[in-house]
Design a protein around this ligand. Sequence first.
Ligand SMILES: [Zn+2]
Length: 240
Amino acid sequence: MDSKPDYLLLYRYQEARRRLAACADELAGWEGKRVLADLEKQVQTVQEAVAAIRTECARLKTENRQLEGECRDYEVQLRDLEATLYSGKIAAPKELEQLQRRIAEYQTAKAAREEKLLDQLYMLETKERELAEAQEQAGALQSKLAAAAEEVARRVNSLRKNCAELQKEVEDLERALPESLLGFYQRSAKALKGIVVVPIKGKTCGFCHMILPPAVLEQVKKGGTGVTLCENCGRGLFEE
Ligand SMILES: [Zn+2]
């Protein structure tokens, strides 16, 4: 025969199971948090951008060094050519003309390289600014990711602990429950979505709030004939 404290025990068992299910749901939600995957993707994208800009900077520097070298070579050759020109050793007009043409060619070639070098120095400056910005962005995102990961880990740990405590509570209550009531719970739990017993609240069903007929209230008070059900929602009724 089931007594009132047993119904209360079943109610506590049922509520502990419901809290456990809610906790497990929340835990699953935090364990599969999208925010981390999204942030990881963003960090990766920015790191790739940093690497690409760094490669571009290195390429520009190499090219600029080469251009500087070429300019220096032209300068040396121009100095030699001009020394020859003003040495007074060349008297033949044809030879002089040839020499002047070569000087003009070298000057044009040197000017072209100098112009390209200037352009590329400006480009390098822009790229280096971009690099600094991207690096700063990567650092900020990494900090954000670390903080988010810490928060998720903290929530997951706390929820795991809660779940373990609730699991133990459920097991303890299950052991304490009379077999008949446990059987009643197990038979009805699925159809009644986990709520099989409810306390009477001011002469109404604690689940569907239907006003209970006096005969039903009397039967609950008397007890002893198994679980009295709410005629409307089918939940077992008990007095707290
Ligand atoms: Zn009801």
